[in-house]
Design a binder for this molecule. Structure first.
Ligand SMILES: [Zn+2]
Length: 380
């Protein structure tokens, strides 16, 4: 029987400075923990990104834990080495302590406990080194690889920090979509003293920003908050005080719910831009880049099973949420039902990122309860 200490494994993972897209030995550390448990480990490098797919068991159903070993840069001034994995007063400090090396350690420790009971069932870990970056050579490519090999995941839990207050308070059942838009307004350059001979793109851009910002996209849906549109930059870059510039640029981001698709949003923005263009005579170019569409796993047998596992450990009934940023769950949902359950999100991406040792142990308990319940009575 192999006992695996999730806190020691989390420390070992934090000690690999795996800032995206670097691996720095993080997946080796994980492999060394998983192999003695009987996991078959497949390293799947794509581009400059290292990925790991580890599996134990041949039968169906196949339950998958998913996550990432890459981290964002430490930034600012830390109280201790961001890659030191130091424990002070029962709290583990380090980049990745909550997002999300500790959760990966909890996956492995929970699997070890499940297997140590002689329990059967097929468990996979899908771990990427490319979540915090472009997310091009990570989870998406591993899922394609699985599909090509005819392997199917039945259910998946992503270990992203999912709760604000305490472990198990919230399960993420989906995420809003995210669309970035670059706006370029084209006028006619000229002397400020002769504005009639120029066409100033700045008032046109201001008009478009006002129209878009004041528009209410929706009132929210059963599973989602209202969609939001926010301008993130306005750029003219004109050092001269006596020149009306030829161009003004801006960018905006829309976090959208299941009322919208990227296409309907692009139609809406193009329509507003056309109206402003007609009023002002300025041309308006729009460029879109999509980070992900809105998705949600419908509440049902799988979400109940995860909620019950949390309840059995913490005594709390978790809430279902679709808040927060994007995650790799947006790719996994195209393959199987996926939920997100991890540590407390309070310090993710911040200086002095940390996780309480007790929380890491509690999350391991929850994942272990989840595996037991899952293989006792797999959800359809
Ligand atoms: Zn993360």
């Amino acid at each position: 029987m192999t006992i695996l200490d999730p806190v020691a494994l989390a420390q070992a993972l934090i000690r690999c400075p795996s800032v995206t897209p670097k691996d720095e030995g993080a997946l080796d550390v994980l492999e060394e923990a998983l192999k003695p448990l009987g996991f078959a480990c497949h390293r799947l490098p794509f581009g400059e990104v290292e990925n790991l797919y580890a599996r134990i068991g041949d039968g169906a159903p196949l339950f998958c834990f998913a996550g990432h070993t890459d981290v964002v840069p430490p930034g600012g001034q830390w109280k201790s080495d961001p890659f030191g994995g130091e424990i002070r007063d029962g709290v583990l400090y380090g980049r990745g302590a909550t997002d999300m090396k500790s959760a990966i350690a909890c996956f492995a420790a929970a699997a070890a406990r499940h297997l140590a009971k002689g329990a059967s069932g097929s468990i996979a870990l899908l771990i990427t080194g490319d979540e915090e970056g472009e997310a091009v050579d990570g989870t998406r490519k591993v899922l394609d690889w699985l599909k090509d090999k005819g392997k199917r995941l039945d259910h998946c839990v992503v270990g992203e920090p999912s709760s604000v207050a305490a472990v198990g308070v919230t399960i993420k059942i989906g995420r809003r979509g995210s669309l970035n838009v670059r706006v370029t307004v084209k006028g006619v350059q000229g002397h400020v003293a002769y504005p009639a001979k120029a066409r100033n793109p700045i008032p046109a851009l201001a008009a478009l920003a006002t129209r878009l910002s004041e528009h209410k996209l929706d009132d929210g849906t059963a599973q989602f908050e209202p969609s939001t549109l926010a301008f993130t930059s306005v750029d003219v870059g004109n050092p001269a005080t006596n020149v009306i510039p030829a161009e003004a640029r801006a960018q905006l981001n829309i976090r959208f719910n299941d009322r919208h698709t990227p296409e309907t949003l692009a139609d809406f923005i193009a329509g507003e831009a056309k109206a402003v263009s007609q009023q002002t005579g300025c041309g308006i170019d729009l460029e879109y880049s999509l980070s992900g569409v809105a998705f949600a796993t419908q509440p049902g047998a799988f979400s109940s099973l995860v909620a019950n596992a949390i309840q059995s450990v913490t005594g709390r009934t978790p809430a279902f949420s679709t808040g927060g940023g994007t995650s790799d769950a947006r790719f996994i949902v195209q393959h199987c039902p996926v939920l997100e359950l991890g540590l407390v999100s309070a310090t993710m991406h911040k200086v002095d990122e940390c996780a309480a040792v007790a929380d890491i142990q509690r999350l391991t308990d929850i994942y272990a309860a989840l595996l037991d319940a899952y293989f006792k009575n797999p959800p359809q």
